[in-house]
Design a protein around this ligand. Structure first.
Ligand code: DAH
Length: 339
């Protein structure tokens, strides 16, 4: 019996833990209802009378040993917990959260919104995956027009009627389907073309379309609106010129140039020594488009324009390579306005 007591005594002295659950298991092992010590206390009765006293003292000694051990380990565990809590200095200043910056395309899109919203235009939206009607047919594209060609347009496999939109002009149609004149909208969006990716062209870019339809809207209204836009966007010194052009959905159509902001008309790299930089296409909405939308061209007229946001950004910030807009290189992106 004494051997058993010595062995238990060693076990108690040796026991170490930093875990409260393990400590509780230790307590149960010795002091639980069926624990070692409880059984030993029960054994006292069966011990011969002359040994009973010493045996009882020894078992009591073991009990004290277990209780002291438990208390000592419990204190140590609790002390450790408090020191970890105290290590967190809540008076320290917080780590600063680094601010990101808006993408240049978003910065410029917002600038364009600001100019047009002040003169009564509202923003309208449309889907990036479009059907032939909204992309081409309703916009008066003849069936053989090259813009429908597989080389320019990403068609959805198995359905040549569905494509990624090649321009935001399709949103004009979406708006006219829903709304009767007067209409004054700008329509931003992502556009896609099957182009080789180079410094000058990309298969994905952003455009903003403008549409203004009301009674008696004239070419002069368009010119004045676009001059206002150019001056607000590029500075009051800026001048514009309109060159005759062709788009199926406008008649007459024009391309608009602004005076080169870098050389002020003297000639430089950006303007290829011409003094002028092309920034958008525009024109009077073709009567066929109005008719397609059940708007009477004898009662209403309007103008439309479309521009590439990357193009405007390049002119404003003098960035040369369109690929920079899509590479997400922070060294490039961080140069634009913080949030
Ligand atoms: N949709 C034309 C393009 O992607 C841009 C454009 C030109 C839009 C003339 C217009 C416009 O609304 O009148 O190149």
């Amino acid at each position: 019996m004494n051997d058993k007591l010595t062995q238990l005594c060693k076990e108690i002295e040796k026991f170490q833990t930093e875990n409260l659950e393990e400590l509780d298991r230790f307590r149960l092992k010795f002091l639980g209802k069926k624990g070692e010590l409880t059984t030993l206390f029960d054994d006292i009765r069966s011990i011969p009378a002359e040994e009973r006293k010493t045996f009882g003292q020894n078992v009591n000694h073991l009990k004290n040993l277990v209780q002291e051990k438990i208390q000592q380990l419990k204190n140590a565990i609790e002390a450790k917990q408090t020191t970890t809590i105290e290590k967190i200095d809540t008076t320290c200043p917080a780590n600063s959260i680094e601010l990101g910056s808006r993408h240049p395309v978003s910065v410029v899109r917002k600038q364009i919104y600001d100019v047009f919203e002040k003169i009564g235009f509202v923003v309208a939206d449309g889907p990036e995956i479009e059907d032939d009607w909204h992309l081409f047919n309703a916009l008066n594209f003849p069936p053989e027009h090259p813009a429908r060609d597989m080389q320019d347009t990403f068609f959805v496999e198995k359905d040549p009627d569905i494509a990624l939109r090649t321009h935001t002009s399709s949103i004009q149609i979406r708006v006219m389907e829903k709304q009767k004149p007067p209409i004054r909208v700008i329509c931003p969006g992502r556009t896609y073309r099957n182009e080789v990716i180079t410094a000058r062209s990309h298969c994905m870019f952003h455009q903003i379309e403008g549409l203004y339809i009301d009674k008696n809207v004239s070419f002069a209204d368009m010119k004045q609106t676009l001059l206002h836009f150019a001056k607000e966007m590029f500075g009051t010194e800026t001048n514009i010129r309109l060159r005759p052009s062709y788009f199926p959905f406008t008649e007459p159509s024009a391309e608009m140039d602004i005076t080169c902001g870098i050389c002020k008309g003297k000639g430089c790299n950006l303007c290829k020594n011409s003094g002028w930089v092309e920034i958008l296409g525009c024109g009077m909405v073709d009567p066929n488009v109005l008719r397609n939308m059940n708007i009477d061209p004898n009662e209403y007229s309007g103008f439309a324009f479309g521009m590439g946001i990357e193009r405007i950004t390049q002119v404003l910030y003098k960035t040369k390579d369109i690929r920079l807009f899509f590479e997400n290189d922070l060294r490039f992106l961080k140069q634009f306005q913080a949030i």
